[in-house]
Design a protein around this ligand. Structure first.
Ligand code: DHB
Ligand code: MG
Length: 223
């Protein structure tokens, strides 16, 4: 939960700095038609993803967890001419909502939606020897975070950026009583893996506001 004041700050920041066109607004509102209303990134977070992609000149982006395609639109608009976004979604319902939103946003031909469990789709990308991705956004089922981070390491190159959403979970990641919860374990495993892998340098930030108390981790491939 976030306080009313924290939500008011998010509203102010978004109103001041983040322009959403009709397509982004309708993609955000289409969350209600997905299996997980309320899980999409907030507008200021979507813009942060787009800015990170633009800052590193990303042309190839991989997203795990499409939902209604809200973050996908931000990323697809950031990859520039000739860029690609591959997004992995387990639910046929979500994928069809996302397809509609991506087409409406004018990025339908930039984005490939791979339907199926993200771990299987990621393995298919590894097995087919894709060009490395410049940015990977991991935002799918939290218990599989470490699996997804391992896959991201196979699918990136030195210099790539990996963003992991939802690493705070209302503070449960630092509460011993929650340590055995599957999503908390998923965060602990992924962060431990990142900390022990010399190919990754990383940090993480807490966030409050319209999505409650959560956070994201950022990893850069240094080797
Ligand atoms: C949930 C999942 C998300 O990816 C998110 O950003 C917020 C919430 C969830 O599982 O409820
Ligand atoms: Mg998320």
């Amino acid at each position: 939960m976030s306080t009313d004041a924290q939500i008011a700050v998010d509203d102010y920041l978004v109103a001041t700095l983040v322009d959403e066109d009709d397509a982004l607004v309708s993609a955000r509102e289409a969350a209600a038609e997905t299996t997980m209303p309320g899980a999409a990134v907030a507008p200021n977070q979507g813009k942060l993803l787009a800015m990170l992609a633009a800052a590193i000149g990303a042309h190839r982006v991989l997203e795990l967890g499409t939902l209604a395609g809200y973050s996908t639109i931000w990323l697809a608009r950031a990859v520039g001419p000739g860029g690609r976004v591959v997004t992995l979604e387990v639910s046929e319902q979500n994928a069809s909502v996302a397809r509609r939103n991506l087409d409406h946003a004018g990025v339908g031909d930039v984005v490939d939606i791979m339907l199926g469990p993200a771990a299987e789709s990621a393995q298919r990308l590894i097995d087919t020897g894709q060009e490395p991705f410049d940015l990977v956004f991991i935002d799918a089922d939290k218990p599989s975070n470490a699996t997804y981070l391992r896959a991201a390491l196979e699918l990136t190159r030195p210099g790539s950026l990996i963003v992991l959403d939802n690493v705070v979970r209302s503070g449960r990641i630092a509460d011993a009583a929650s340590a055995e919860e599957p999503d908390v374990r998923g965060v602990h495993e992924a962060l431990a893996l990142a900390a022990s892998d010399p190919r990754l340098d990383g940090t993480a930030l807490q966030t409050v506001g319209s999505k409650g108390w959560d956070g994201f981790a950022l990893f850069r491939r240094v080797a």
